[in-house]
Design a protein around this ligand. Structure first.
Ligand SMILES: [Zn+2]
Ligand SMILES: [Zn+2]
Length: 263
């Protein structure tokens, strides 16, 4: 199973999973042109893309949906509530033949992949994150959540790959330039995940199996990549887990993990 973070952050989000034959995108916050360029840049074939699964209707996750609907034949995996919100925002209609309806808490089979959408605490109509199980490989992409819940931790057990939000440092956000209302929104229980909350969730999902962790949706104003590295590395100390940071402008493709060595 191949994974790449094509873009991650408040200006656009898109993750790619590919089993060699077919690829699924998570979120559509990146232009079609950039999806193709960035997949090629990391050695994945954009012609294998068959579908895009949406998490929620915030613009950094759905900006390209109208173009994808017009210019590709990809299907959309999305819950009815988020679909309705996306259609309203973009003034479009996703036809039934292009729609795989999802419901949080219920797995669907997509081309032999198990796709598990699960509920997140975030201020959108029906926000979900995804756990994917493909040929014995388990991955989850968890961003845009205000706090770590037991449900989220449950869905993040026994993973090979975890992509997890590390949005902000609480002090940097509090002392920063954002308007008070926006600060309050981000800090709320349905806002974004702080570095401290990220560490708490990460500590609850560690296992020898978890070999790759990607920090995602970092705020450019309210976080510092080096700080994220330090906070996450402290949690990962003693585990044979590789740590990566996803970027807004450049795609990231983590290396395949080395075989485990006894310690
Ligand atoms: Zn977002
Ligand atoms: Zn959001």
């Amino acid at each position: 199973m191949h994974y790449a973070a094509l873009a991650s952050g408040s200006k656009g989000n898109c993750h790619a999973f590919c089993d060699g034959e077919r690829a699924l995108l998570l979120d559509a916050g990146l232009s079609l042109k950039q999806v193709r360029l960035r997949m090629e840049a990391v050695g994945l074939d954009p012609r294998t893309i068959r579908a895009v699964a949406l998490t929620h209707e915030h613009s950094d996750h759905i900006g390209a949906v109208a173009v994808l609907l017009r210019n590709t034949d990809w299907v959309f995996l999305v819950t009815p509530e988020t679909k309705a919100a996306v259609e309203r925002i973009h003034g479009i209609q996703i036809p039934d033949r292009r729609w795989v309806p999802l419901r949080a808490g219920f797995a669907v089979d997509w081309c032999g992949w198990r796709v598990h959408p699960f509920t997140l605490p975030h201020d959108a109509s029906d926000p979900v994150a995804y756990r994917l199980e493909v040929q014995g490989f388990n991955a989850a992409v968890v961003t845009d959540l205000g706090h770590p819940t037991a449900l989220v931790a449950d869905y993040c057990q026994d993973l090979d790959l975890l992509v997890l939000e590390a949005n902000h440092d609480v002090d940097m956000l509090r002392d920063g330039e954002y308007p008070p209302l926006l600060k309050a929104r981000i800090l709320s229980r349905v806002g974004h995940l702080s570095n401290v909350s990220m560490a708490e969730l990460l500590a609850n999902v560690l296992s020898p199996r978890l070999r790759t962790v990607v920090m995602a949706h970092l705020s450019e104003q309210n976080n510092d990549p080096e700080l994220v590295r330090v906070v996450a590395a402290e949690v990962l100390q003693g585990w044979q887990t590789s740590l990566y940071l996803a970027h807004q402008r450049d795609p990231l493709r983590p290396r395949a993990p080395e075989p485990l060595v006894a310690s």
